[in-house]
Design a protein around this ligand. Structure first.
Ligand code: PLP
Ligand code: COI
Length: 367
């Protein structure tokens, strides 16, 4: 049904009357940072209970008008995705596993009582935007064009029930290193006062509310001189879950690798899933299970744990060097990036950038 619906969506195209001049854009692309610069265009599609998905437009990026009673502003019915377009050596643009983002978007939509978007329509919206803003894909190693599809409840209604009108938009932002420091390994703060998600909650959905709830503990991490916050489980306050915007992997001296299992309270990362496959191809044993903060500290201290890395679309693969909490601090390995972390980062980014063969059909060339 998805492709039928996509075929019915004739996107209207509107040219930007004054796109950013090329020399100015070239300057932006040299040091893109993360999430502060935006391309010239955006895609929008609307949904209503009477018409379904309609009014697909690719046109100039512009501020959106919202009624002050729009449900998203009151009850946070909002979900989003994050994926990247990469410049390949042959000059083409490519996406990495965009169908996985389309699928996760709909998983999030169901959890938040929102309409699903046909996967083909999600993919077509992204393809159109990357085609239109192709000149915005940075070429530097470590840079890419970050794509942000999102959907929110636009109906003006203050009763608490699923809205009857939504907007789906895609915007794009040239991206370099997610971490401002650009340090080879990040340091993280264990939040003991706050949790991110409880069993039965929305932790596995990519909804804005999860990130709103993470801002205070994230600010606490920054205040204490760390890059990111790591959350423990909400029930026992014992097991490591994930960072504010990344999944975690633990590497042991016997060739075993562990990552927290998808129990419903953490985001099922596409980078996480890809790395599990790539690590197994390296002959390593990857377990999805539980790992306590106490064990992490003990294993790091005895040297049984040799590396820890965080991963996600924005953060790619980033070594964790130092961990602090109310109970003190510990260092992992040498405090810098370990061998396996570096190897997996090179392998994953090599596939994404078209430098390493993609034997999984993960890379979608757009031309
Ligand atoms: N966990 C959280 C909370 C995230 O926001 C993200 C980023 O999307 C991830 C994990 C990693 O997911 P992915 O690898 O699909 O980007
Ligand atoms: C991503 O990696 O795409 C995310 O959404 C994480 C966010 C912290 C930027």
């Amino acid at each position: 049904m998805a492709s039928e619906a996509a075929a019915q969506m004739n996107f209207q195209t509107m040219e930007h009357p004054a796109p950013m001049p090329i020399d100015q854009r070239t300057q932006v692309l040299l040091t893109p940072g993360f999430g502060t610069q935006f391309t010239d265009h955006m895609v929008s599609i609307e949904w209503s209970d009477t018409r379904g998905w309609h009014n697909g437009v690719i046109g100039p990026r512009h501020p959106i008008q919202l009624d002050p009673a729009a449900a998203v502003l009151h009850y946070a019915q909002e979900i989003f995705e994050g994926l990247k377009a990469y410049r390949h050596p042959d000059g083409t643009a490519a996406l990495f596993r965009p169908e996985a983002n389309a699928k996760r978007f709909n998983d999030s939509a169901r959890r938040m009582a929102m309409p699903e978007l046909p996967e083909e329509m999600f993919l077509e919206a992204i393809r159109l935007l990357v085609e239109k803003d192709n000149g915005w894909i940075p070429e530097e190693e470590g840079s890419s064009l970050y794509l942000r599809p999102f959907m929110f409840a636009s109906e003006a209604f203050l009763g608490v029930r699923p809205a009857k009108r939504y907007k789906f938009l895609v915007i794009a932002s040239p991206a370099g290193n997610y971490f401002k420091s650009g340090a080879p390994a990040v340091s993280i703060w264990v939040s003991s006062d706050y949790t991110r998600a409880a069993p039965g909650g929305t932790g596995a959905a990519k909804c804005g509310g999860n990130y709103a709830a993470s801002l205070v503990p994230q600010a606490e991490a920054i205040e204490r001189g760390h890059d990111q916050v790591v959350f423990l489980d909400a029930a026992e306050r014992k097991w490591i879950e994930e960072l504010g915007g990344m999944n975690l992997f633990f590497v042991f001296d016997d060739g075993r690798v562990l990552t927290p299992a998808l129990t419903g309270t953490i985001l099922p990362g596409i980078t996480r899933n890809s790395l599990i496959t790539l690590l197994r191809e390296e002959g390593l044993t990857v377990e999805e299970g539980r790992y306590s903060l106490e064990q992490w500290r003990e294993d790091a201290t005895t040297g049984k744990l040799v590396e820890t890395f965080a991963c996600g679309t924005a953060a790619v693969v980033t070594a964790v060097g130092r961990v602090s909490g109310h109970d003190g601090e510990f260092t992992i390995g040498t405090g810098g990036p370990g061998q396996l972390t570096q190897k997996m980062k090179d392998r994953l980014t090599g596939i994404q950038r078209g430098l390493v063969a993609d034997s999984h059909g993960w890379v979608k060339k757009l031309g």
